[in-house]
Design a protein around this ligand. Structure first.
Ligand SMILES: [Zn+2]
Length: 212
């Protein structure tokens, strides 16, 4: 356990405290007082849900799936791509998809959701980050999605400029429970990891936690 530093004389920080801070930051894998140029993996989470309605096409992962209903939304309502987009933006520490693409903007009316993923990839590039992997689950009572998973992965990998092997997609039902079970909507959840460059060393805190 590390104790709080003490001041040897008024206004100056004790040498033992400096040594302790060096040790603490080494423990954190950081260099004190230097620009840290290593990379660190950050994880983000995304969740989305859209209502299933008659008279709309069902688009999931960029694949048009034959079904009696489709997802309602301003864009093509690709719930899977939206969840993945939010996971990536979250890992980057950015605002969510609605911030980049307001659903009041006529430009995105009926837009293919791959443009949202392309924007998330552009944001990652801008921050000199590398998307390590994406993993997602679609929760839908109907229709059967397994036959389309491979094509979804290809579409998502293409939009993000990633190796398809780094894209995970699963589908599950909701065991007939709740709104998903009643086929009133489809949800998707996703996680994404990005290798994000740490550009600045946080200033050495006066109050380093007492226990590591
Ligand atoms: Zn959405």
């Amino acid at each position: 356990m590390l104790k709080h530093g003490h001041r040897t004389r008024a206004g100056s920080v004790g040498f033992s405290r400096v040594l302790r801070d060096v040790a603490v930051h080494k423990l954190l894998g950081r260099a004190v007082g230097r620009r840290y140029i290593g990379a660190m993996v950050h994880t983000g989470i995304g969740y989305d849900v859209h209502q299933l309605v008659a008279g709309r096409r069902l688009i999931l992962g960029g694949v048009e799936i034959p079904f009696s209903k489709g997802l309602e939304g301003h864009s093509d309502a690709d719930v899977l791509m939206h969840a993945i987009c939010d996971a990536i933006l979250g890992a980057l520490g950015e605002s969510d998809i609605g911030h980049f693409f307001p659903n009041t903007d006529p430009r995105w009316k009926g837009a293919p959701s791959k443009v949202f993923l392309q924007e998330a990839a552009r944001q990652a590039k801008f921050l000199e980050a590398r998307i390590v992997n994406v993993d997602a689950t679609i929760i839908a009572q109907q229709p059967k999605l397994f036959p389309h998973i491979g094509e979804m992965k290809i579409n998502i990998a293409a939009a993000l400029g990633m190796n398809v092997k780094r894209i995970g997609i699963k589908a599950t039902t909701n065991e007939h429970l709740g709104f998903i079970g009643r086929e009133e909507g489809i949800a998707a959840m996703a996680v994404a990891s990005v290798d994000l460059k740490e550009t600045e060393m946080p200033e050495a805190s006066e109050d380093v936690p007492a226990a590591f």
